[in-house]
Design a protein around this ligand. Structure first.
Ligand code: ZN
Length: 377
């Protein structure tokens, strides 16, 4: 297992893919770069798979925990980023426990505002032009005066962060599939109230292997009637049959992960034909043990089939890698060209709910990024 997946040098412009940037024990066959390549930190892109709690900076977690005397497990301090696996329920439970600890450090409105602002700043530093941040308000309702008050707070923080960073942002409200489907309906109605007021989508998160997807059809019907994007998690911890369930029962328009569509050519064709985008998060796939290493993440299969892919970081706090890191690791693992990287940036923008002015400006800048001479050429 590889543990040191902090993509240390990715914060600086890569002048070549050096072995120290690779995960330890990097698999044979990983392509390396001898020459310069265009800087992925300035490739315009949209970030469509980022969880609210999981977006927290590690330094912020440590600082807030110290402020309130909250004891953090070693996996979040000296052994960060944690060694995870979701191969079994126990592994997922451990992941969830760390998540709950991280949630517990957010105690004040200012903490929430800080988290959102830092997420925006980090995406801007990674070339982000648009961010759809996913939040389950029920995890915070008790502490912040209910789910509606918390949603108002997040949306206000989002507006403020946009103003301060220039990053376009919107919110996806996500239900938790380990809770009762009636809770999901409540959240879908909440999301519907905020259509055109900062909420663009409705999701379903937590362990795919738990709960019955079809039981959430009612909640997704509410969201669908409201015109929200439907973006449940599916096709990471479970395979093609669960992706089909998300399409059939929930009418998914975009899939959280969906990467395992690569296992079923007919399903993949259906996804391509219907224009369902896949929010692929390579570093979390490997961290959770879905694939043994980054070269095994079947991005080339998805791209060759014509699927729309938007790379996302999922939970940087637990996986140790942010937005540009996803692009850099896929470039390195699969030897992708700058033209392919540009197309990944374009696809993320096209799959987003960004307003057309933001999207079109960013798409033009992708063309400019690719038209610029390669560094050192
Ligand atoms: Zn996720």
């Amino acid at each position: 297992m590889w543990k040191n997946h902090q993509w240390v040098s990715l914060r600086t412009r890569p002048t070549g893919f050096q072995s120290r940037t690779a995960p330890c024990g990097v698999a044979p066959g990983v392509h390396t770069y001898d020459g310069d390549v265009r800087d992925l930190h300035v490739l315009p892109k949209a970030h469509l798979h980022l969880h609210f709690t999981g977006s927290m900076r590690h330094g912020t977690l440590l600082e807030l925990a110290e402020r309130d005397g909250i004891h953090l497990p070693d996996a979040l301090v000296s052994e960060w980023p944690p060694q995870l696996t979701a191969a079994d329920e126990k592994g997922w439970f451990r992941f969830q426990r760390l998540y709950d600890v991280a949630r517990s450090v957010l105690r004040t409105e200012d903490d929430v505002r800080r988290l959102v602002l830092e997420a925006a700043e980090d995406d801007v530093a990674d070339g982000g032009r648009w961010l759809e941040i996913q939040v389950d308000p029920s995890g915070y309702g008790a502490r912040f005066g209910g789910i509606t008050a918390f949603t108002d707070l997040v949306l206000d923080a989002v507006r403020d962060a946009t103003q301060r960073t220039g990053l376009g942002m919107a919110v996806v409200i996500a239900a938790n599939r380990t809770r009762h489907p009636l809770d999901a309906r409540t959240l879908a109605r909440l999301a519907a109230q905020y259509v055109d007021r900062g909420v663009v989508g409705f999701g379903l998160s937590n362990d795919e292997r738990r709960g019955r997807t079809a039981d959430f059809a009612g909640a997704f019907a509410i969201a669908e009637r409201a015109g929200l994007l439907l973006a449940p998690h599916g096709g990471e911890l479970r395979g093609p049959e669960h992706i089909s369930a998300c399409l059939d029962s929930l009418h998914a328009g975009r899939l959280g992960h969906g990467v395992r569509a690569a296992e079923d050519p007919d399903l993949l064709r259906r996804i391509v034909d219907t224009g369902v985008a896949l929010e692929v998060c390579p570093v979390s796939n490997v961290a959770l043990g879905v694939y043994s290493d980054l070269t095994s993440v079947p991005l080339p299969t998805l791209l060759e089939a014509g699927a729309t892919v938007a790379l996302g970081a999922d939970d940087p706090l637990l996986f140790g890698s942010r937005l540009a890191g996803q692009y850099a690791t896929m470039r390195a693992a699969h030897g992708l060209t700058d033209a392919q990287m540009a197309e990944l940036g374009r696809m993320s923008l096209r799959a987003s709910r960004a307003p057309s002015d933001i999207r079109d400006a960013a798409l033009a800048d992708v063309d400019a990024w690719l038209a610029a001479p390669e560094p050192g050429a």
